[in-house]
Design a binder for this molecule. Structure first.
Ligand SMILES: [Zn+2]
Ligand SMILES: [Zn+2]
Length: 315
């Protein structure tokens, strides 16, 4: 009987977390509205002809499947993140008191919170491009046709990794929840914007706010561009840490060679298969010897998908 009570309690806890998590529901609503506006504008530009290339339709379909599919994993993400938050609070590290921000006007606090969030995100993103985290993040890069919905093409493990590191990196700043909520909506909308496949570069403001052209180079299937343009919102982080790369309009192909393109099930299983291969290779010295002795393999199709141990993996 106790088991039923504890299961019921857990379900109630998850429901409370979901209801309380305005951050998620607000950004979901804003994203869905923005996607609808982008869809209507796209249809208008194309004279309401549904003549989208098949590849684009497949890509958008996969991205929407990820958006809805990841909602199934949302409770697990929130509950795990909540445990991390409790454990982090229990350590009792010093942090800025929430009242500290009460005298700062919202028009300063929200951009500042987004700036701090983007700084944390830059380093999160940099890590996601390396080693064992790359097979998770490769799902986002697998999209062969960038579109606003590419924002939602993320493996369910990615929000888990990201939210845990946000807790560790940002909790001590103690921003009010509503400030984080407004900031999250802006970040989500901007993220959808940079995935639109247009060659906009923001002219003199190209270092102020990330443009679609900048993010296209992040997705470019070109060794020179791997691991570049990691900042989501503020290119200044890429400039400061030496990862800014925008040589002109991006005409390169997108996607990750060796990874599935739009098969949602295969993409979801992809990180586990990659980790299995990485473990297998690490226990087979002969394979390692080949990789070390033939560095020209580093840019091969096989390397791109399964061996992201180089300092910078595919973008
Ligand atoms: Zn992207
Ligand atoms: Zn990336």
């Amino acid at each position: 009987m106790d088991i039923f009570v504890s299961i019921a309690n857990s379900i109630a806890d998850i429901a409370i977390i979901l209801v309380n998590n305005r951050l998620a529901s607000d950004s979901f609503l804003a994203a869905t509205s923005f996607a609808s506006i982008v869809l209507i504008i796209s249809l208008h530009i194309r004279g309401y002809k549904l003549d989208w290339p098949k590849r684009l339709i497949k890509s958008v379909g996969a991205n929407i499947a990820f958006l809805w599919g990841n909602l199934l994993f949302a409770p697990a993400v929130f509950v795990s993140a909540d445990y991390v938050r409790h454990a982090y609070d229990a350590i009792n590290l010093p942090h800025v008191d929430v009242n500290f921000w009460s005298s700062v006007p919202a028009w300063i606090l929200v951009p500042f919170a987004v700036f701090c969030f983007d700084f944390a995100n830059y380093w999160n993103h940099r890590l996601m491009h390396r080693s064992w985290l790359w097979p998770i993040h490769a799902i986002h890069h697998s999209d062969p046709e960038l579109n606003a919905m590419t924002t939602y093409r993320v493996h369910f493990l990615e929000p888990l990794v990201m939210s845990i590191s946000y807790i560790l990196l940002l909790s001590w700043l103690g921003f009010p929840t509503d400030v984080m909520g407004v900031g999250a909506i802006f970040v989500t909308l901007h993220n959808m914007y940079v995935h639109i496949n247009v060659d906009w570069n923001h002219g003199p403001f190209k270092y102020v706010i990330a443009s679609p052209r900048m993010h296209q180079w992040h997705h470019a299937d070109l060794p020179k561009a791997y691991g570049k343009n990691l900042a989501n919102v503020f290119p200044i982080f890429d400039v400061a840490f030496g990862t800014y790369y925008v040589p002109g309009p991006c005409k390169e192909a997108f996607g990750v060679q060796g990874a599935p393109e739009n098969d949602v099930v295969k993409l979801t299983l992809f990180p586990f298969a990659e980790w299995g291969r990485m473990v297998w290779r690490s226990v087979r010295p002969s394979q390692n010897a080949i990789l070390v002795s033939e560095p020209d393999q580093l840019d091969t199709k096989k390397h791109r998908a399964v061996e992201p141990d180089a300092s910078v993996a595919n973008s």
